[in-house]
Ligand binder design. Structure first.
Ligand SMILES: NC(=O)c1ccc[n+]([C@@H]2O[C@H](COP(=O)([O-])OP(=O)(O)OC[C@H]3O[C@@H](n4cnc5c(N)ncnc54)[C@H](OP(=O)(O)O)[C@@H]3O)[C@@H](O)[C@H]2O)c1
Length: 332
């Protein structure tokens, strides 16, 4: 049987849509008939070649996939099971979600939570999972609404949108930062109490500044992250998630040693299985269909991936981009 995928054969090559015969399924693996994948910032870096994401060739990008098990050599999954995978090397070290049939080690596969369709799972994808992981990790370090507002940067993006919704659903006051002034109403509808641009936030330059936030979720990196920590309350936490503005931080130890404020590292792709299950379980309890319908999203076809990936760097995206891999009519 052939498998249509968006292949990158060598370092520096452009992607090509090609149908290639399926290989024999390895031991303890499942073959997933993909319904949907998504485009995350990391996928956009990979597809456009702006970031060195691929660790081996040939490769298919797509760090997320949800679909149905069509073949299995695993004792844990049966043909017909609905499943999802986010991260774990998918679309980086082994062929990812932008293909019809995705072979994955059983260790990386998560049974689809009963309350979610495969479309819901990919609307959430790595972005929503990462926002949920940040919430979970911060609360394990005693983050509480009474510590003060949570500043969420890059709020109109995938991670940002889910972070705004999740934190506000959990009773936190959310300050959403976005440079897209036309997304103000959207962010308020997700539960933000205030929406600011970087300029209107006036984050200041002091290594230890007046306390304004209980914590934060940061997609930008660079000086924004250091400034957020300098204004974080005693024993508050800032989840460091992204580098959309810069991969560098210049900081001092002052907020850490004088206020006990922490920067928490978030690496969604490398999250241990127990924690991944915990996050998906929390997301399935928290994100009702109504909540999911609030997240702006675009559903694209397979062949629109290259064009859509470019838009991540011209700031034309808000919310999530879901990629439809197979239509139900395609199924045999
Ligand atoms: N650590 C992890 O496990 C993990 C997981 C997922 C994502 N990430 C990272 O988190 C970040 C966000 O990912 P995403 O999928 O949510 O991406 P996204 O949908 O593109 O959102 C990023 C947002 O950041 C803002 N932004 C982009 N470029 C910027 C710039 N140069 N200066 C200031 N703001 C900028 C934009 O927000 P506004 O237009 O609203 O200002 C944009 O919507 C990325 O860096 C990604 O690599 C990390």
């Amino acid at each position: 049987m052939n498998n249509m995928g968006y292949w990158f054969f060598n370092d520096g090559d452009k992607g090509q849509f090609q149908s290639i015969p399926l290989a024999k399924l390895e031991a303890n693996h499942v073959r997933i008939r993909a319904d949907y994948s998504s485009i995350n910032y990391k996928d956009a870096l990979a597809v456009t070649g702006k970031g060195k994401i691929f660790r081996s060739y040939p490769i298919v990008p797509g760090i997320d996939v949800a679909g149905t098990v069509s073949e299995t050599t695993s004792n844990h999954y049966n043909v017909g099971d609905k499943v999802l995978v986010t991260g774990c090397g998918l679309g980086e070290t082994f062929a990812g979600g932008y293909q019809e049939h995705v072979d994955v080690d059983e260790a990386h596969v998560i049974p689809l939570p009963i309350s979610f369709s495969t479309l819901d799972a990919m609307l959430i994808g790595t972005a929503g999972f990462t926002a949920g992981l940040a919430l979970l990790r911060m609360e394990k370090l005693d983050q509480k609404p009474d510590l003060g507002p949570i500043l969420i940067t890059g709020a109109s993006g995938g991670v940002g949108s889910f972070a705004v919704r999740l934190f506000s659903l959990k009773g936190y006051e959310v300050v959403a930062q976005s440079e897209k002034t036309n997304k103000r109403d959207y962010l308020l509808s997700l539960g933000a109490k205030n929406v600011d641009t970087l300029a209107s936030l006036h984050l200041g330059n002091k290594p230890l500044d007046t306390i304004r936030f209980g914590g934060g979720v940061d997609s930008l990196g660079g000086e924004v992250l250091s400034k957020m920590v300098a204004q974080t309350n005693l024993y508050g936490n800032v989840a460091s998630i992204g580098l959309a503005a810069s991969a560098k931080i210049e900081s001092t130890v002052m907020p850490h040693i004088l206020r006990g404020a922490s920067i928490i590292g978030i690496s969604s792709a490398n999250t241990p299985r127990r924690m991944r299950e915990e996050v998906w379980s929390m997301l399935s309890r928290t994100l009702t269909k109504e909540n999911l319908s609030l997240i702006e999203h675009t559903i694209i076809n397979f062949d629109q991936i290259p064009e859509m990936a470019k838009k991540f760097f011209t700031r034309e995206i808000s919310g999530r981009v879901v990629v439809k891999i197979a239509s139900t009519q395609d199924r045999s």
